[in-house]
Design a protein around this ligand. Structure first.
Ligand SMILES: *Cc1c(COP(=O)(O)O)cnc(C)c1O
Ligand SMILES: [Zn+2]
Length: 383
């Protein structure tokens, strides 16, 4: 049964419902189960997912490393753990949700899938669609950079450039999908959210965090991680929930703004501008749902500036981790929260490193390079 996150109205699983008539996102009810053994998270936590997950649809998503950041921990005074989602098949956590979304599309008998995205989700859906042998439609905005289109080309998906209001495309795609038999696995599709729960399961296998920081755009990832922890509590596997922190770029922070102003609903963020393009959704479809969760669970919403993001990106590089700007926002936020004393010394903090740095090379400044003559080679290495 699918249930509205706002009004509670219920919808049958037998039809491709994705949003409630009231406009808010749908969600599956909480699963309660017992973890088992298995090499993959999908096997160990199989009782927490809505269907039997097929290995033949998997490109190897999930089971990513949780790395303790030693320098950052020392410097900030908390235990910083980083969930490295850059090791997924298309280099972002989106693959976890796409894997579940593909199952859903096939369960309903769809032969075509699609998504609305300019970045990581586009690559993910294109890859999984190709692997499953489904016709795949990627709707992109007319202003998309050539570099991003190239990253999609190899998968052989149909790329459709849409001229007009890109903001409304999310809803338009769901409409056209119903008509044309295309299952759009968009950012906060209920089954995509189910896939993201696996991050929480993997974290809890290693540590019990006090805080989890989530770079937030549409809100799908945040909802998935929270749902994962709620199910772990429901199943008696943890007693206490961590404090959930939604992190947004200051230049596009509709959720944090509404949170700060105590509003029930987000408003479209005017003139968004940030280098963290992967989290630059000015009107997130799960924005209100995230707000409700933050309020209900005493979560936090933090914004970080572009300079802080770039500094965090470099700091992560010094830990051996190369992430894209959007993925560095969590670490930038940890620093900020510590400065405000909002996180206590010694707390266990997990930052989700959502996507890989190689996708956004244009933001990296030219490195400092030492010149060296082969004739005087030895002198190049100091004393
Ligand atoms: C999609 C994405 C996010 C945000 O996820 P939402 O589910 O849209 O909130 C964060 N970081 C990266 C790198 C992403 O690709
Ligand atoms: Zn509703």
């Amino acid at each position: 049964m699918l249930k509205c996150t706002a009004c509670g109205r219920e919808y049958s699983m037998r039809k491709p419902y994705q949003r409630c008539e009231c406009g808010e996102p749908l969600e599956l009810e909480l699963f309660e189960s017992v973890p088992g053994i298995g090499r993959r998270v999908w096997e160990r936590f199989s009782g927490f997912f809505p269907f039997d997950l097929k290995p033949e649809l998997s490109l190897g998503e999930g089971d990513t490393p949780l790395t303790k950041a030693k320098k950052l921990s020392r410097e900030i005074g908390v235990k910083v753990y980083l969930k490295n989602e850059t090791t997924n098949p298309t280099w972002s956590f989106k693959d976890r949700g796409t894997y579940l979304g593909i199952h859903r599309a096939l369960q309903l008998g769809f032969k075509k899938i699609g998504t609305v995205s300019t970045g990581n989700m586009a690559a993910s859906v294109a890859a999984y669609g190709a692997f499953a042998g489904l016709e795949t439609y990627i709707l992109v905005s007319s202003t998309i950079a050539e570099e991003k289109l190239k990253a999609l080309e190899v998968y052989g998906a149909k790329i459709v450039k849409v001229h007009g209001d890109y903001g409304g495309l999310y809803y338009k795609s769901l409409e056209i999908g119903q008509k044309k038999g295309i299952y759009f696995i968009n950012s906060d599709d209920p089954f995509r959210v189910e896939g993201y729960k696996s991050i929480s399961f993997e974290i809890i296998e290693e540590i019990t965090p006090d805080y989890v920081l989530v770079p937030t755009s549409s809100g799908g990832l945040f909802r998935g991680i929270v749902k994962g922890f709620l199910e772990l509590r429901e199943s008696g596997l943890i007693e206490k929930l961590p404090t959930f922190v939604a992190v947004q770029a200051e230049g596009c922070s509709p959720i944090c703004r509404a949170f700060r102003e105590g509003k029930e609903k987000i408003e479209r963020f005017k003139n968004p501008h940030t280098i963290a393009h992967a989290i630059e959704n000015p009107y997130p479809p799960s924005g209100n749902a995230v707000l409700r969760r933050l309020k209900e669970l005493s979560g936090l919403c933090v914004t970080v500036r572009d300079e802080e993001i770039l500094e965090a990106q470099r700091a992560l590089g010094r830990e051996g981790l190369f992430v894209q700007p959007a993925s560095a926002t969590g670490v930038a936020a940890i620093r900020k929260l510590r400065e405000r004393d909002a996180i206590e010394k010694g707390a266990k903090v997990v930052g989700i490193l959502t996507g890989a740095g190689l996708k956004t090379l244009s933001y990296i400044k030219a490195p400092k390079v030492e010149e060296c003559l082969l004739e005087s080679f030895e002198e190049c290495f100091g004393e």
